[in-house]
Ligand binder design. Structure first.
Ligand SMILES: Cc1cc2nc3c(=O)[nH]c(=O)nc-3n(C[C@H](O)[C@H](O)[C@H](O)COP(=O)(O)O)c2cc1C
Length: 95
């Protein structure tokens, strides 16, 4: 097993670097899913702005629908899809 296989963050950074070379547009585009406290989901695209030990970073307007949903229910999911690489990555957790 190579070292990044044991560390999903390291593997993600490798794959993102490959996507930055191969994707014609927005390799950092990611679908962000949120939901209301009573479990109604919604999803939209955002741009990943970074990754650090705290997690995956995106910017948005706190007054937006996603901002309101995350304030009320700080659980979210991300789904990256890199078509040229035929790869996707799913991320779930607390915001
Ligand atoms: C490729 C792409 C990247 C986007 N990046 C962002 C982003 O980084 N932050 C953001 O708030 N909205 C971004 N948007 C717009 C959102 O998809 C969405 O339409 C908007 O933020 C309102 O979402 P909401 O009403 O669910 O809060 C992006 C849209 C596209 C198509």
């Amino acid at each position: 097993m190579d070292s990044s296989a044991a560390d999903p963050f390291a593997r993600f950074e490798e794959w993102m670097a490959e996507a930055a070379k191969s994707e014609p547009n927005d390799p950092n585009a990611v679908c962000l899913a949120t939901s209301t406290p009573d479990g109604r989901p919604s999803a939209r695209m955002v741009l990943l702005k970074g990754i650090d030990p705290r997690g995956f970073v995106f910017y948005t307007n706190l007054e937006s629908r996603k901002g309101g949903e995350l304030a009320a229910n700080p659980e979210a999911a991300l789904c990256f899809h890199w078509k040229t690489l035929q790869r996707s990555v799913r991320v779930e957790g607390r915001v």
